[in-house]
Design a protein around this ligand. Structure first.
Ligand SMILES: [Zn+2]
Length: 49
């Protein structure tokens, strides 16, 4: 079983990949934090997040 964690910003469930490689944030928060100019594109591709 993959380990489960919670995003440190929005508390959504994330996996070990995000916990260790995305600074403890879900993809949405990670890209918003590090690539703010791409955040709107990412959100558009994931409207349910
Ligand atoms: Zn998040």
């Amino acid at each position: 079983m993959e380990e489960k964690f919670n995003c440190k910003k929005c508390k959504t469930v994330i996996g070990g990949h995000n916990q260790y490689l995305h600074d403890g944030m879900c993809d949405d928060c990670f890209f918003a934090e590090y690539f703010p100019e791409d955040a709107q594109v990412f959100a558009f591709e994931n409207p349910n997040l």
